[in-house]
Design a protein around this ligand. Sequence first.
Ligand SMILES: Cc1cc2nc3c(=O)[nH]c(=O)nc-3n(C[C@H](O)[C@H](O)[C@H](O)COP(=O)(O)OP(=O)(O)OC[C@H]3O[C@@H](n4cnc5c(N)ncnc54)[C@H](O)[C@@H]3O)c2cc1C
Length: 236
Amino acid sequence: MAEKAKDGGAQVFLNTPVATMHHSTDGVVVETKGGQKISAERVIIAMGSKDRSTIAHNPPLDSEYTAWSSGWPQFISGKFHIVYPEATWRTKTTWCNISLGVCCPTSTQLGAFMDVSEPSGKPGIIMVLSKPEAVNRQTMEDIARFAFDVKEPSIEYHEKVWGHAADNTTVHTPYTHTCVGAPPPGQLSKYGKGWRNAIGRVHWAGSDTADEWMFYINGAIQSGQRAASEVKAALG
Ligand SMILES: Cc1cc2nc3c(=O)[nH]c(=O)nc-3n(C[C@H](O)[C@H](O)[C@H](O)COP(=O)(O)OP(=O)(O)OC[C@H]3O[C@@H](n4cnc5c(N)ncnc54)[C@H](O)[C@@H]3O)c2cc1C
C-alpha cells in the first residue's frame, strides 16, 4: 500500500508515530514523536478509537472525543497458524467447503479454526484467532489431528499477538490497543459527538467510524472513502 501511495506521488513516513496535532484556523501541524513537524491543510486520522489516545491535541479535544476513546475496550488476541505440506482435509467430507476455500469444521472454546490455505491447498494452513494463553504449536497440532484428521507432521508454526491487557500490565503492540471489538452499550448515545465528527480541519477515518462492517477491514476501507470525500468537499 505504501509503495502504491509513493507511486502516486505521496510522501510516506513509516514507523513515525505522531505525538501531537496542532490545530489552527489556517491549517494543521502534525508533530511526530521524533520532533518533526509536517504542515497540512487537512488531516485524516485513520486509527482505532482506543489508539486515538496516543495522539495529544493542541488545543485539547472536547470531552466527548476523549470519552469516546477511553470508553472503548482493549484486550489481547492473536492469530496462530499451523502449516502442512498440503490441505489434505479438503478432500474429506467433514468439511464445509465454502467459496475461497474457507472452512469452519468446528468451533471450540479456543476459537473458530479456519482453512486459510491458498486455493491450490499447497501448503495447507489452519488458523485460529484466540487468546495467546490458550494456544501453542502443540494445541494446533492436536486440533489438526483430531478435528481435521491430519496424519502428517506440521512443517511450520507462526503466531502474532496484538493488543494491550485491560489493565495495561501487558502490551504486545503499543500502537494497536485491541482486536475486533465493539464499544459498550450507551457509548454512541452518550459520546456520539466524539465518534467521527470532523474537528476543524481534522477528519476521522478508521474501521470504528464506518457505516457498515465496523471493526473489520471492509469498514476501514469504507470509512477511508467517506473521510476522503469530506476532505475533497472541504477543499472545493
Ligand atoms: C488479531 C486481529 C485479527 C483480525 N482479524 C480480522 C479478520 O479476519 N477480518 C477482518 O476484516 N478484520 C480483522 N481484524 C480487524 C482489522 O484488522 C481492522 O478492522 C482494520 O485493520 C482496521 O483498520 P484501521 O485503518 O481502522 O486501523 P489500523 O489497521 O489499526 O491502522 C491504524 C494505524 O495507526 C497506527 N497508529 C496508532 N497510533 C499512531 C500514532 N500515534 N501515530 C502514527 N500512527 C499510529 C497503527 O500503528 C496502525 O498502523 C483483525 C484485527 C486484529 C487485531
